[in-house]
Design a protein around this ligand. Structure first.
Ligand code: FES
Length: 142
């Protein structure tokens, strides 16, 4: 698989500034019983194919990146590169990859496997269930 680099400035890479936004409506999600629960009525950004949003804070035990791919499939990952800086990841549009926002650009396939960069390990991915009005991302094992 050819690696495509997300276009970021050197300063964005040095400081590890993620290209992915947090949700506009922070009331549109919560964490309970080991699941990140996202209201699709409130987090409208995730209804556009090729979109990604990062979730962090509140009582969420880990940062989470949710991607709605161009194939209209939802995927979720622990938003933490396995390289030593443990920086955030971004979806790379037009690919089936997510990429570290740092200078070294470790890149992972949608199944979590590293295909580029110094990161030593795969990233954790999470099961996503789509209901009528919500996305359920299983963070903790059932
Ligand atoms: S922290 Fe991701 S490549 Fe270094």
């Amino acid at each position: 698989m050819t690696v495509k680099y997300l276009q970021r400035s050197i300063w964005q890479r040095i400081f590890g500034i993620s290209a992915t936004n947090k949700p506009q409506d922070e009331n549109g999600w919560h964490y309970e019983s080991g699941k990140l629960i996202i209201s699709m009525e409130k987090i409208r950004e995730l209804t556009q194919p090729g979109a990604a949003i990062r979730f962090e804070g509140k009582n969420l035990p880990e940062r989470v990146l949710v991607v709605f791919g161009e194939d209209k499939q939802y995927r979720a990952f622990q938003n933490r590169c396995t390289h030593i800086g443990h920086r955030r990841l971004d979806y790379v549009p037009g690919t089936q990859t997510v990429q570290c926002c740092s200078v070294s650009k470790s890149t992972y396939t949608f199944d979590g496997k590293k295909i580029h960069g110094p990161a030593p390990d795969p990233i954790q991915s999470y099961r996503v269930k789509v209901t009528e009005k919500e996305l359920h991302v299983q963070i903790q094992p059932v």
